[in-house]
Design a protein around this ligand. Structure first.
Ligand code: UD1
Ligand code: MG
Length: 441
């Protein structure tokens, strides 16, 4: 088995984002840019990951540690070019690996298949492998100088002649280096260029000069789409959403208006799921087969079992677990609650920190008073219970199986199974009161 090391360059300041957040932490599909890259590396079976981050990027280090616990983190204290950045991970390079793959933290869509292609090309004897592409507009990219069949050099836009700028095959930014020669090649790179930077791309000319094999492989332009500003971030989101929507539809869900449905990187949608227009998924949602999510619903951290109907205008927050065939209707918010199978919560309700037993019916305007200003408390509603409209269930409180709560009640004590609880002012009637009232002139 060949061993591999991936170096993720993420020390860029991302000044064009105009943000307090490091560029690689901006999310696409709810996952930071660098998270997408780390995920692809894991899926490609890379053995070791080294991330190169900027000096004030503790938050980036935290994301790396969370997502790739085995990764090492290296700080590039001065931003002096991509080769300089790779050498910031010198400690990681010193530990031998057959393949060294360099990827950029702001290029989220690099695929495991491309990472494997680069590795296979290194295994085939190349010392340097470049992922090239033909973008719609090559401006800004390093141009691949090909002579015959050989990649002889990469010329950065700022150093290129007019003739070289006409080249449309460019450096996508992913590079493979054979482990045996990587360090020697990197150390030979100088900064004699328009930007006085140490260009990783100079590895190509140096390897050629040493008689080593250099190869370009072609990758799709969408895959190496890089994010440098907010417009590109939005474009990355568009590309990501398009891909996820197609996946979800390919798996057997109906999206009535796909362009209006927003998925997260981890949204799981089963078969014969109907997603009506304008549904937004935050992270951590699982939707089983045969569920309908009606328009204008917002879901995050929720599990929805088969046959359930959610929305329109429903909000499911983290910890919402919706059972089989349960109904969650309009203007209903559910947080950290188990709604068991067949329960119905159809209108204008807040259920938080609660269980709603199977087949219970929660009337319009029911509120679980779960928060006393300091602590959250639990409400337990049994099976087959009936909560009349406009009731407040002041937690901690339990409603027994089959119990009824009269409309407009403020329930502060447990209700026995099968009992009726009425907790509101008794109605008073004054006969003829209105008739005897002085009339307006
Ligand atoms: C780079 C390539 C170019 C390629 C393009 C693809 C070089 C010299 N040029 O250009 O050939 O077509 O990517 O998108 O490699 N970084 C650091 N430290 C540094 C400099 C950069 O960590 O000192 C990181 C950045 O955070 C970024 C990546 O390296 O993730 C690329 O740097 P960037 O400045 O965006 O390079 P480009 O000019 O886009
Ligand atoms: Mg760039």
């Amino acid at each position: 088995m060949r061993t591999s090391l991936a170096i993720v360059l993420a020390a860029g300041e991302g000044t064009r984002m105009r943000s307090a957040l490091p560029k690689v932490l901006h999310p696409v599909g709810g996952l930071p840019l660098i998270g997408h890259v780390l995920r692809a590396l894991a899926a490609a079976g890379i053995d070791r990951v080294a991330a190169v981050i900027g000096p004030d990027h503790r938050a980036v280090a935290e994301v790396v540690a969370r997502q790739s616990p085995g990764a090492t983190v290296h700080v590039q204290s001065e931003r002096r070019g991509t080769a300089h950045a790779v050498l910031a991970a010198r400690d990681a390079l010193a530990e031998a690996a057959d393949d060294v793959i360099v990827v950029f933290g702001d290029t989220p869509f690099v695929s495991p298949a491309t990472v494997r292609l680069i590795r296979d090309t290194l295994a085939g004897g190349a010392s340097v492998v470049v992922g090239g592409m033909v973008p719609a507009n090559p401006t800004g990219y390093g141009r691949l100088i090909i002579e015959g069949n050989r990649l002889v050099a990469i010329r950065e836009e700022k150093d290129a002649s007019e003739a070289e700028r006409a080249i449309t095959f460019v450096n996508g930014g992913i590079m493979g280096l054979g482990g045996a020669t990587a360090l020697a090649i990197l150390q030979a790179i100088g900064s004699d260029n328009a930007q006085h930077e140490f260009y990783l791309t100079d590895a190509v000319a140096i390897a050629n000069g040493r008689g080593l094999a250099v190869q370009a492989v072609q990758v799709s332009a969408d895959e190496v789409f890089g994010v440098n500003d907010r417009a590109q971030l939005a474009e990355a989101e568009r590309l990501f959403q398009g891909r996820r929507r197609r996946e979800v539809m390919a798996n057997g869900a109906t999206l009535v208006a796909p362009d209006t449905v927003f998925l997260s990187h981890d949204t799981q949608i089963g078969r014969d799921v109907m997603l009506e227009p304008n549904v937004v998924f935050g992270p951590g949602v699982t939707v089983d087969d045969g569920v309908t999510i009606r328009g204008f619903s917002h879901l995050e951290g929720a599990r929805i079992a088969s046959g359930a109907i959610v929305g329109p205008f429903a909000r499911l927050r983290p910890g919402a677990v919706i059972g089989e065939n349960a109904h969650i209707g309009n203007f209903v918010e559910i947080k950290q609650a188990d709604v068991e199978q067949g329960a119905k919560i159809n209108h204008l309700t807040y259920i938080g920190d609660a269980r709603v037993g199977a087949k219970s019916n929660i009337g319009a305007g029911t509120i679980t008073g779960n928060y006393d200003g300091v602590h959250k408390h639990h409400t337990d509603i049994g099976r087959g219970a009936f909560i009349g409209s406009n009731s407040v269930l002041v937690a901690p409180v339990a409603i027994g199986d089959g119990a009824y709560v009269a409309s407009g009640s403020v329930i502060t004590e447990n209700v026995e199974p099968d009992a009726l609880a009425i907790a509101r002012g008794r109605q008073v009637q004054k006969p003829d009161w209105a008739a005897k009232r002085p009339k307006k002139a």
